[in-house]
Write a protein that binds this ligand. Structure first.
Ligand SMILES: Cc1cc2nc3c(=O)[nH]c(=O)nc-3n(C[C@H](O)[C@H](O)[C@H](O)COP(=O)(O)O)c2cc1C
Length: 444
C-alpha cells in the first residue's frame, strides 16, 4: 500500500509471524524507500518491496529498480504494469547463473500483480529477447546470462487482483482467478519450465470465508490490502483507522486517480464520511469541460477556491510549480506552454493532498480525506462485529491475517464434512475471531 501505508512496522510484524509483507514504496521520495530497504533487508524475516509502474515518472521507476538491485532486495511485487519494461528484466536477470549440475539460479524474484490475462501471459513467459539484447548491449548482463534468462519465467508467481482498494479493474474474483490459473497451466506446458508457475489471489479477501473460497479455487496463496490498512501497524492515521472500522460493504466507490487523472483512470476509495469522491469527480468534469483555469466560470472558480482548495488557484499553482521544479521540471515547462496541463496539475494537487490529509489525520480537512479502500473492508467489519476485533486498537496485522488463514482452515474442514452429508450446526459457517495466542495454541 502506497506512501508507506504498508509500513516498515507492518512488513516486519508480518515477516516475524511467518507471512510475507511488501513495503508500500509507491508515492514516497526515493530517500524514504532507501531507508525502508536498509531497515528491512537482511533482518532475518521474509519481505518484499512494491515496484509500481510509473509511466509519468520513468526516472523514478529506474532509480528504484537500481536501488533494489544495489541493496540486494530479493523480492519485488510488480504492479500496474501495462507492458514489460527494461527495468523489470534488468531486476529479474541480475545475478542469474548456472550451477555445475546445470541448475539455473535466479536470485531476484518478481511477484507480478495483474488483473488481465494478456499481462499474465507476458509475466509467465521468459523475458522478451529484445529487452535481453538491450541489456547485453549495455553490458548489464552477459550473452550467457541472456541465454539462461530465455529459460525462466519473468515471474514465477502472479497475484490475480480482483476488485480491490486503490487501482482496480473491478474484476470479480470468481471470474478472474480461474482465467489466470489456466494461463499458468498453459504457459507451464508451453515453456516446460523447471519451476512450477503459481497463481495467487487478492482483492476482496478479508474474511475466513473469502480466503477459504480462494483456496478452494486452487489459489497458491492469498493477498490482502484494505484490511491491512485498518490495522495498527499501517502508516495511516488513527482517525482513518476509525473510519475504516465503520465502513460497510457499499461505502466505497470509484473516484479519479491523482497519478493518471488526465486519462480518466479511477481508484476505489472510501465514500462514507468524506466528500473526496464527489469533489474529485467534479474536478475531472471541469477538466473535461474547459481548456484552462481561466475558462472556468467565475462562480464555479470562486466555489473551488473557498471549499476544495481553501486558497486561490494562483497560489496553488505557485505551490505546485515549486514542487515540480524540484521533482520533474518538464511538467512546469509543459504547463507554461499548455494551460490545460496547468489546470490538470492544479487539480492533481487537491487529489494528492487529500491522501496526505487522511494519512496525517489533518482534522481541518477530514471532509476531503482520500482513503483507498475496497469492499473487503466492509466484509471484515461485519465478520468482526461483536468481537474484540471490532475495536481498531485491537487490529494487529498478524492477528487479523492469522484469523483469516486459520478461519479458512476451519471452514474448509467444516465444508469437507458437509460434502459427506454431515449436518453441522449453523455456527460452523462462521469461524469466530480468536486472539493470536489462541490460534498459536491450536496450531502447536
Ligand atoms: C490504501 C491502499 C494503498 C494501495 N497502494 C498500492 C500500491 O502502492 N501498489 C500496489 O501494487 N497496490 C496498492 N494497493 C492495492 C493492494 O496492494 C492490494 O492489491 C489490494 O488492496 C488487495 O485488495 P483488497 O483491498 O480488496 O484487499 C493499495 C491498496 C490500498 C487499500
Amino acid at each position: 500500500m502506497a506512501k508507506g501505508i504498508s509500513s516498515v512496522a507492518m512488513v516486519e510484524e508480518l515477516g516475524r509471524s511467518g507471512m510475507l509483507g511488501f513495503f508500500g514504496a509507491a508515492g514516497l521520495p526515493f530517500s524514504a524507500v532507501e531507508t525502508a530497504v536498509d531497515l528491512l533487508t537482511g533482518a532475518g524475516f521474509p519481505c518484499g518491496f512494491n515496484l509500481i509502474h510509473s509511466p509519468q515518472e520513468p526516472d523514478l521507476e529506474k532509480a528504484l529498480t537500481g536501488l533494489y538491485i544495489r541493496k540486494g532486495v530479493r523480492l519485488v511485487e510488480a504492479s500496474a504494469f501495462l507492458a514489460l519494461t527494461l527495468n523489470l528484466v534488468r531486476y529479474r536477470t541480475h545475478g542469474i547463473h548456472r550451477l555445475p549440475d546445470g541448475t539455473i539460479v535466479v536470485p531476484n524474484r518478481i511477484i507480478a500483480k495483474v488483473s488481465r490475462e494478456e499481462l499474465a501471459e507476458k509475466f509467465f513467459s521468459p523475458p522478451p529477447e529484445k529487452l535481453l539484447q538491450e541489456l547485453v548491449a549495455e553490458g548489464a548482463i552477459t550473452v550467457e546470462q541472456a541465454e539462461l534468462a530465455g529459460q525462466i519465467p519473468l515471474a514465477q508467481d502472479i497475484t490475480a487482483e480482483a476488485d480491490s482498494g486503490g487501482h482496480t479493474d473491478n474484476r470479480p474474483a470468481l471470474a478472474l482467478f480461474p482465467t489466470i490459473q489456466s494461463v499458468a497451466l498453459r504457459m507451464q506446458s508451453k515453456y516446460g519450465y523447471a519451476v512450477r508457475l503459481r497463481a495467487g489471489l487478492g482483492g476482496g479477501i478479508a474474511t475466513p470465508a473469502a480466503a477459504a473460497a480462494a483456496f478452494a479455487m486452487g489459489a497458491a496463496y492469498i493477498m490482502t490490502g484494505s484490511v491491512n490498512q485498518a490495522c495498527i501497524e499501517s502508516g495511516t492515521s488513527d482517525v482513518v483507522r476509525q473510519m475504516l472500522a465503520e465502513t460497510r460493504q457499499a461505502d466505497v466507490c470509484m473516484a479519479p486517480a491523482a497519478d493518471m487523472f488526465e486519462m480518466g483512470i479511477t481508484v476505489q476509495v472510501m465514500k462514507r464520511g468524506t466528500m473526496f469522491p464527489m469533489r474529485a469527480a467534479k474536478l475531472y468534469e471541469l477538466y473535461r469541460a474547459h481548456d484552462s483555469l481561466n475558462d472556468i466560470p467565475a462562480a464555479e472558480r470562486d466555489k473551488l477556491e473557498k471549499t476544495f482548495f481553501q486558497a486561490s488557484l494562483n497560489d496553488i499553482w505557485q505551490n505546485t510549480r515549486s514542487f515540480f521544479l524540484e521533482r520533474d521540471p518538464r511538467q512546469v515547462e509543459r504547463a507554461e506552454r499548455d494551460p490545460k496541463h496547468l489546470m490538470a496539475l492544479v487539480f492533481r494537487w487537491y487529489l494528492g493532498q487529500a491522501a496526505h490529509w487522511a494519512k496525517d489525520g489533518d482534522s481541518s480537512r477530514k471532509i476531503d480525506y482520500q482513503v483507498w479502500c475496497g469492499p473487503a473492508m466492509g466484509a471484515f467489519n461485519e465478520w468482526a462485529k461483536g468481537s474484540f476485533l471490532e475495536a481498531p486498537a485491537r487490529r494487529t496485522v498478524s492477528t487479523v491475517a492469522m484469523n483469516i488463514l486459520f478461519g479458512a482452515a476451519v471452514l474448509t474442514r467444516a465444508n469437507i464434512l458437509r460434502y459427506q452429508g454431515i449436518l453441522l450446526p449453523a455456527e460452523t459457517t462462521h469461524a469466530k475471531p480468536l486472539e493470536y495466542t489462541q490460534i498459536k495454541e491450536y496450531l502447536s
